[in-house]
Write a protein that binds this ligand. Sequence first.
Ligand SMILES: O=C(CO)[C@@H](O)[C@H](O)[C@H](O)[C@H](O)COP(=O)(O)O
Ligand SMILES: [Zn+2]
Length: 189
Amino acid sequence: MTSLFLSNLTSHQALMAELSVLDTTITDAGDVLAALLGAGGKLLFCGNGGSAADCQHLAAELTGRFMKDRRPLAGLALSTDSSALTCIGNDYSFDDVFARQVHALGRPGDALLAISTSGQSPNVIKAVQAAREIGIYTVGLLGRDGGPLRSLCDAAIVVPGQVTARIQEAHLLIGHTLCGLIESGLGVA
Ligand SMILES: O=C(CO)[C@@H](O)[C@H](O)[C@H](O)[C@H](O)COP(=O)(O)O
Ligand SMILES: [Zn+2]
């Protein structure tokens, strides 16, 4: 009988083998993010559950460091401030926890990386809609068929999987790639 790990490994490898079709979309999005951050913009991140963890991980690659020593870059995970999340969730709605922060913190010239394995989370959808109202460049890191977020985002990176955990694993690879593209796009040696 195949172990759970070997079964997961097989499905992980099968999904990874499908990701090369996303190369141009990822590269183009990374180039735009590098240009925006290089011009002084900031990159906001939003997502739920495991994707919330990805948000803070990737934001830290910008404020801290990724592969290279360079000046700190403005990355901010909207999923980490428990006071903002509980205030907005309690006083308004959980659907507004990211959108209200986008309205508070986002400015033209910024970007939003919206992470959702289903493309269906209402609070992520509202965050992208808020970003579009402000004129913020939006990248969707999505899964399955991309859901409503696919057509809402300026750049939709849709991992063609059906299992949330496998999609999240692909998202981390793509997120790290975007960080690398940002560093190289800034001309960091
Ligand atoms: O990490 C996992 C499952 O691997 C979960 O916490 C998962 O992220 C949550 O169910 C999220 O609420 C799913 O949201 P989304 O990716 O569909 O937008
Ligand atoms: Zn990392």
